[in-house]
Design a protein around this ligand. Structure first.
Ligand SMILES: [Ca+2]
Ligand SMILES: [Ca+2]
Length: 399
C-alpha cells in the first residue's frame, strides 16, 4: 500500500518534471524574442534624450519601409499589425526605426493608424532633413519672400517635374506640426522625404538628430489675393515662358488661347515655368489655369511683360472645407478647421536650436483682432469667417 502510494507520487513527480521541461523549452524561444525586442526598445529609449537614434536610419532606407523593398505599402502595414498582435515582432533596428513614424520609440497603434492612412493615400510618410534656404531660387525658381522661412525642398519623385512647386504642405515630426511652401527639389531623397529650411526645422525635429520621420499632406494655402502670372526673364512673343505664383493649390495644367480660339496646353519645365517654345504671339493673352482638384481660373487681357508680375482676377476657392475655415498657427499648436465664431486655444511651440541659442516669446502676429492676449504664449482666439494665419514671433539670444 505504502509502496503503491509512493509509486503514484513518484510517477506524478516524473510527469511534472517532463511537463516543466517541455514548457521551459517552448518558453525559452519566446523569452529570447521578448528580450531582443526589449533590447531594441531600450536602445531607442536611450537615444530618446536627443532623438539622435533617428539619425541611424540610413538615407538609403525609407521611413515606413519596414521590409526594405523601397515601397511603403500593404506589406509594411501588415508587419506593423503582426508586431502589435504578437504574431511576429519587429526586432531589426532599422526596421524598428522605419516603423516608428510618430517617433515615440514604440511601435504602437498610432503608427498603425499612420500606416493605414498612408496606404489609403491620405498622407505621405517620409524623412525630414534641413538645409540653408530662404525660398528664393531653387528648382521652383521662386523669388524669396523676406522673413518667410517656412519653405522646403521636395524629393524628386514627389517633386514630379515641378508639379508640386508652390504647394502648401502640412507636415508632422517628433516635435510638432508646421505648414511649409515647396520652393525647391531634393535630389538625393527617397519618396516622401523633404528637406526643410534650417530655420523652420527646429519646430518639427531636433537639428542634432539630423533626420527624423515625418508624415505630410497637401493643404490649401492661406491667401486672399489672386493668383499671379510671372513672365520669365528673356520671355518674349516668340518664346514665351510663364510661371504661376501665389496659388492656393498645386497647379496641374496651364493653357493659353491660340489665334484659332482653342485652348492649348503648355509644357511645364522642371524649373517651374510653362514654356511655349513657338511663342504666344503679340496679342493680349487669355490664360486658363487648372489646379489638382480640377478647379479652373480664366484670365483675359494679359499683356506680356518680361520679368514682370501680372495679377489674375481670382484665387482658387477652398475645397472640401465643409463650411469650416482653416486656422494656421505658425510655430504653435491649435491649427485646424473651425467654424466661424468658434473659440480656439492656441499655444506657442518653443523652437529648440543648438545648445547656445534660446528662444524667447515676443507676441502673436496676425491680421485678425480676436486674439485674447497676443503677448501670452497660451491664449485664445475667436475664429473669423475666413481662413486665417497667426504666427508666433520670438527673439533668439545666446545663453
Ligand atoms: Ca516595404
Ligand atoms: Ca510609435
Amino acid at each position: 500500500m505504502v509502496k503503491q502510494i509512493f509509486g503514484v507520487i513518484w510517477r506524478g513527480l516524473l510527469v511534472s518534471l517532463i511537463i516543466l521541461l517541455i514548457v521551459n523549452t517552448a518558453g525559452c524561444t519566446t523569452n529570447e524574442v521578448k528580450k531582443e525586442s526589449q533590447h531594441v526598445t531600450l536602445l531607442n529609449l536611450n537615444k530618446n534624450v536627443s532623438l539622435s537614434g533617428y539619425g541611424y536610419l540610413p538615407l538609403s532606407r525609407r521611413y515606413g519601409d519596414i521590409n526594405g523593398d523601397s515601397q511603403v505599402n500593404q506589406e509594411d502595414l501588415k508587419l506593423v499589425r503582426d508586431h502589435l498582435s504578437g504574431v511576429k515582432l519587429i526586432t531589426d533596428q532599422y526596421a524598428f526605426y522605419a516603423a516608428d513614424i510618430n517617433a515615440d520609440n514604440l511601435i504602437n497603434n498610432q503608427d498603425l493608424q499612420l500606416f493605414q492612412r498612408c496606404v489609403n493615400g491620405e498622407i505621405n510618410i517620409g524623412g525630414a532633413t534641413f538645409y540653408g534656404t530662404d525660398g528664393g531660387g531653387g528648382n521652383c525658381s521662386f523669388q524669396a519672400i523676406p522673413g518667410d522661412y517656412f519653405v522646403s525642398a521636395m524629393n524628386t519623385v514627389d517633386y514630379a517635374g515641378s508639379a508640386i512647386c508652390g504647394a502648401y504642405i502640412e507636415l508632422t515630426g517628433p516635435r510638432g506640426t508646421i505648414t511649409v511652401r515647396i520652393t525647391d527639389r531634393l535630389p538625393e531623397g527617397n519618396k516622401g522625404d523633404m528637406d526643410l529650411s534650417e530655420k523652420c526645422y527646429p519646430y518639427i525635429g531636433d537639428p542634432i538628430a539630423g533626420r527624423v520621420p515625418i508624415y505630410w499632406k497637401i493643404v490649401p494655402g492661406n491667401m486672399s489675393t489672386p493668383i499671379v502670372y510671372h513672365f520669365k526673364e528673356g520671355s518674349n512673343p516668340y518664346w514665351t515662358a510663364v510661371q504661376i505664383v501665389n496659388h492656393r493649390y498645386p497647379i496641374k495644367k496651364f493653357e493659353y488661347r491660340t489665334a484659332s480660339g482653342e485652348f492649348k496646353e503648355v509644357k511645364r519645365e522642371y524649373y517651374n515655368y510653362f514654356v511655349e517654345t513657338a511663342g504666344m504671339g503679340f496679342d493680349k493673352y487669355t490664360f486658363r489655369v487648372t489646379d489638382i482638384y480640377g478647379q479652373t481660373l480664366i484670365d483675359n487681357n494679359i499683356t506680356h511683360l518680361e520679368n514682370g508680375y501680372i495679377n489674375g482676377a481670382a484665387q482658387f476657392p477652398v475645397v472640401n472645407s465643409g463650411g469650416k475655415y482653416r486656422l494656421e498657427v505658425k510655430g504653435g499648436y491649435g491649427g485646424g478647421y473651425y467654424s466661424k465664431g468658434e473659440e480656439v486655444a492656441i499655444s506657442w511651440l518653443k523652437p529648440k536650436f543648438d545648445n547656445h541659442q534660446q528662444a524667447s516669446f515676443k507676441k502673436w502676429l496676425s491680421n485678425i483682432k480676436t486674439i485674447e492676449n497676443s503677448l501670452s504664449t497660451e491664449t485664445k482666439l475667436i475664429m473669423p469667417g475666413a481662413d486665417v494665419m497667426v504666427e508666433a514671433i520670438y527673439d533668439l539670444s545666446k545663453e
